[in-house]
Write a protein of this length. Sequence first.
Length: 445
Amino acid sequence: MRALLLAPGRSSAVPLLAEAGPLIIAPLLGKCLAEYWIEHLTSLGAKEIVLIASDRPAQVRAHLGDGTRWGLRLTVRASAHELTLEEGRAKYLTRFATIPQIVVAMDHLPGQPTRPLFKSYANWFAGIQAWIPQAQAEERIGICEVQPGVWIGQHCKVDPSVEFVAPCWLGNHVVVQAGAILGPSAMIEDGAVVSSGARVVQSVIGPSTFVGEHALVGRSLAHSSTLINWATGSSLQVPDAFWLSSMNDSFTPDWPSSWYGRVLAAYLLILTSPFALWAFLRSVIRVEPALKTRQGLRLRPPGAFVRPRTFNYSELRHASGWMKRWPQLWTIVRGDLSWIGNRPLSPREYSNLAPGFEQLWLSRPPGLISLADAEGCPPGVSAQACAHASYFSVQASPELSRRILRQVVRRIFAPATPVQTAGSSRLSSLVGVLLKTRTNHLQTD
């Protein structure tokens, strides 16, 4: 059996839903509208589907593929404008005249023709809310109903103190911290983080969206830093990242590897070379290479469907403390490291990070100096280092970078002097919450 799917074009009623991509691939309870329709048609016995898209068909094609994952043939064809059912039948069904056909205009979810999605933001929210019970398809292993009307996906970290008011739906890799209240009608998409004390009521939190501590999101669609009131249709760009932000946005630190950063690194490389000479001499005596080469991951470009690229950097084999990183000054000169950032991760270290807030480590450029260094954490990947890296990824700013630099300089020249400021006190409190979330969480696999 063959089927014809007609995709809607851009809608003036819900323009913000189509900013990142076509409406049919907008996030909808962990999948997208097109995927739900393809799964539905597959269950009816469809072996070939032709999808007609007038809005960014190349992006639709890249997102859906050729249908192999559903065991059918999927073809995405471009159209100059949105087709009606009559136009679709007249233009394409003549080719399939001898085979029974299904023609669908994808302006609603399967089985809900009376709930159009794109007439208003309120319609979009109502459609998603009504779809929650049907969203738990058989192939979605791990999505389970933990209590009546509350569904939680895989690899979620939910603090035991979180209060649920049904209905609620959490996607995969969601982090919900202590004291948060979800519901009624709270829908949290994949990879989102809801901080301690926050409340989400009659709202949808988009993928990889950070909701700040004690924030209230009500009757809204929250995606990255955009907040849409679905009842009134009004929207707001939240300027403060600690309230609402994307965890995928890039940030240029206060000390990037720009020309002046590279010049400074080259100057310090030459100035401190006499101190590195002893490590080289020890390597010569032991007949060992002086440099130990490591592999790190670069920052993943936001929204790109590519794996992070790697780069090489070195450490002094027979050195300790900060001198161990002396060769990385040359890595800054090359442009592979920033002055301030999260420490480089190897591919293996990154794969061992738990999904959720720990994997925020790679959302900022790798740097010579990190927040974990400023707070006195030992080198390497640990629970504390993950918490500091996640905090820097979400709260990064020039002021935070300057504070990191000041604290590191104090630790180098006065290591016995405790560094505690008002800012670091607040940071320590937040890191404590993150560590508590890591160790005392409800994990659903």
